[in-house]
Design a protein around this ligand. Structure first.
Ligand code: OXD
Ligand code: MN
Length: 626
């Protein structure tokens, strides 16, 4: 049956172009722009020849049955959901307790980002840097284009115009994703500003990132995610998983955007954006980079503990920040996304009540388990029992967890109880502090402050963290993850650090930079810091430092809280544990510094001198204390 003729009975469907392959039906352009059953889609067409030409070329190569230009309307979303429910791509969850919530179970081989199959294709290998897998643009195109030949036969090709960032913001950038996956379209609707308004902006700017995606046959041997930064284009084949397939997210808003940001003088970062309002009603905005699955969503939606009455948190984003200097030299942030693609396991009333509440309606769940009464279930939910696992099999603990450790929810940001309406502000929000963190059982203190911008850039560049399930690989191993951008920087890290350093020459209003680590453990593996809502105590110290309200202790790695500097009233934490959390172990840091020095060596002449000097300066300061 024609994929666009949804099975729901609806009079508007009579407009469907049943079984008409546009490539056999000249004049081609008139056919592909048919309404596909949606009255509101009648207006969709493009005035932009370069876009039309690209769509034509892709269609000629991939040979879809038909083409659907996405309007981004709610009716369109519902039709896609109904179609996917009918063909089994989605299963409706219990609609009383989870209205408009659906479950998608992916192919078991397709559950995470595939960093080893992700390439940055630049003319010279050193432009991609040791941080990326590289292929020449010619080889990259040839390899992946061969896979796209005829890949959409029998399928519908969806054209998704989208805008990363508020539609009317000068800081936003647009793209068009072509995909054969209705699951991708539905997710893009929740995650981005997509459809008619985005198309209008693209037509007036005449510039957009081109993203081509096909799920292919999901064969891991025929799976590649290719980026062509100089062409502002992406080609992704063989995966339906979020970070590989929702091209607006990691591929555009980080890899391509980081390259574009360097050429245009801004930063595209793997950072949450949150507003922290104190009891006097003053709000500070913080941008915080943590590696994948290290709690960015929880931090962005933090609920202040009862012991800190009057504090409020406002969420602008949980994953990506685009940072621009405004005309006064103030660093401002927008979230290019408009939804969340969060890790589900561990989400409960206590860890993230906002997320837990918001995913009770309008959410797409991917790869969670199910209870016997058809509610989604995941490890750490603390309610109900699993009856089925993420592969749809009867749950048996022998087969592993019910929910895949990287199972996800997709949901519009407006569903979040702590949603900040400034998420739509074209001018973004002023950033008071930049925070970098990682998941480290030892070495890194709970919080420390860089003495200046250069030291802050080094602090970010030297972040190391335990690998998590967000990417296919060895979970638990420590790897260097500078600025939490290891999998996402679209060019040579050496040049990226230089770009970061260059901001100091452009303004004297840069925010302070801090490091955090919520994950310190004792010898028995117990976490030393309670984390979650209590992290507000650390944010409060950060804000107090920005406002010069509290003192700090000098150390070779930066400035540390004084004894009692972090309010621990009401917490069951001994002075000894607090000291362990806020002091520098010189021997550990000498090893850390030497590992960082070896790591920098890998970037050869691309390492900025200023960064090298900072690293050597820290080594010398540590030596004095050894
Ligand atoms: C994510 C990731 O999905 O970082 O945000 O992997
Ligand atoms: Mn992320």
């Amino acid at each position: 049956m024609d994929r666009l003729c949804f099975t729901v009975s609806n009079a508007v469907n009579t407009g469907c172009i049943l079984a008409c392959n546009p490539y056999n039906c000249p004049p081609y352009k008139t056919v592909v722009r048919l309404a596909h059953g949606y009255p509101e889609n009648l207006s969709m067409t493009t005035q932009l020849p370069s876009l039309q030409q690209w769509v034509d070329e892709v269609a000629a190569r991939t040979q879809p049955n038909q083409i659907h230009w996405c309007t981004g309307s709610d009716i369109e979303y519902q039709k896609l959901i109904d179609m996917m429910t009918a063909d089994g791509t989605l299963s409706p969850l219990d609609q009383d307790e989870y209205p408009n919530c659906y479950l998608h179970l992916s192919d078991p081989s397709d559950v995470a980002r595939v960093e080893h199959l992700t390439f940055v294709c630049t003319k010279e290998q050193e432009d991609a840097g040791p941080n990326n897998n590289w292929m020449s643009p010619a080889d990259g195109h040839a390899k992946i284009d061969a896979l796209f030949e005829g890949a959409m036969k029998g399928r519908t090709m969806y054209v998704i115009p989208y805008c990363m960032g508020p539609i009317h913001s000068p800081y936003s950038r647009c793209g068009v994703e072509i995909t054969d996956s209705p699951y991708v379209v539905a997710n893009m609707k929740l995650m981005t500003r997509m459809g008619s308004e985005a198309l209008a902006r693209i037509e007036s700017e005449e510039k957009f990132v081109k993203g081509l995606h096909s799920t292919g046959d999901l064969d891991p041997e025929r799976r590649f995610i290719m980026h062509f930064p100089h062409e502002l284009s992406i080609k992704s084949f063989g995966s339906g998983y979020g970070g590989n397939a929702l091209l607006g997210k990691k591929c555009h808003a980080l890899r391509i955007a980081s390259y574009q940001a360097r050429t245009e003088g801004w930063l595209a970062e793997h950072m949450l954006i949150m507003g922290v309002e104190n009891p006097d009603g003053q709000t500070h905005y913080i941008a915080c980079a943590l590696p994948s699955a290290c709690g960015k969503t929880n931090l962005a939606m933090l609920i202040p503990p009862e012991s800190l009455p009057g504090w409020k948190i406002w969420t602008l984003g949980d994953d990506i920040a685009w940072l621009h200097l405004d005309e006064t030299g103030q660093l401002r942030a927008i979230n290019p996304e408009s939804g969340f693609f969060g890790v589900v396991p561990g989400t409960n009333e206590k860890t993230n009540k906002n997320a837990f509440d918001m995913i009770h309606r309008d959410a797409i769940f991917t790869n969670v388990g199910r209870t016997a009464d058809n509610k989604p279930w995941w490890e750490g939910k603390n309610v109900g029992e699993p009856a089925f696992d993420w592969q749809g099999q009867e749950y048996d603990p022998e087969n592993g967890p019910a929910a895949h450790p990287n199972s996800r929810f997709t949901i519009a940001a407006t569903n979040n109880p702590s949603y900040s309406s400034l998420s739509e502000a074209p001018e973004g929000v002023p950033i008071s502090a930049i925070v970098f963190g990682g998941r480290r059982a030892t070495v890194t203190p709970l919080v420390y402050e860089a003495k200046n911008w250069k030291q802050g850039v080094m602090l970010g560049a030297s972040i190391g963290s335990k690998l998590t399930a967000a990417a296919a690989g060895e979970v638990g191993k420590i790897r260097r993850d500078p600025m939490a951008m290891k999998p996402f920087c679209g060019y040579n890290f050496g040049d990226y650090w230089q770009h970061w350093l260059s901001f100091e020459d452009r303004t004297n209003k840069l925010p302070k930079i801090f490091g955090v680590n919520w994950f310190r453990q004792d010898d028995d593996g117990n976490f030393l810091w309670p984390g979650f809502g209590e992290n507000l105590r650390v944010l409060r110290w950060i804000i107090d430092r920005c406002e010069n309200r509290v003192g700090a202790v000098e150390s070779p790695i930066g400035l540390l809280p004084e004894d009692g500097g972090i309010d621990t009233t009401g917490l069951d934490l001994s002075a000894e544990v607090m000291r362990a959390l806020t002091t520098v172990d010189v021997e550990h840091w000498r090893t850390e510094n030497s590992h960082f020095s070896d790591y920098l060596d890998g970037y050869g002449k691309h390492v900025p001198n200023a960064l090298r000097e900072e690293q050597r300066h820290m080594a010398a300061e540590l030596e004095k204390l050894a």
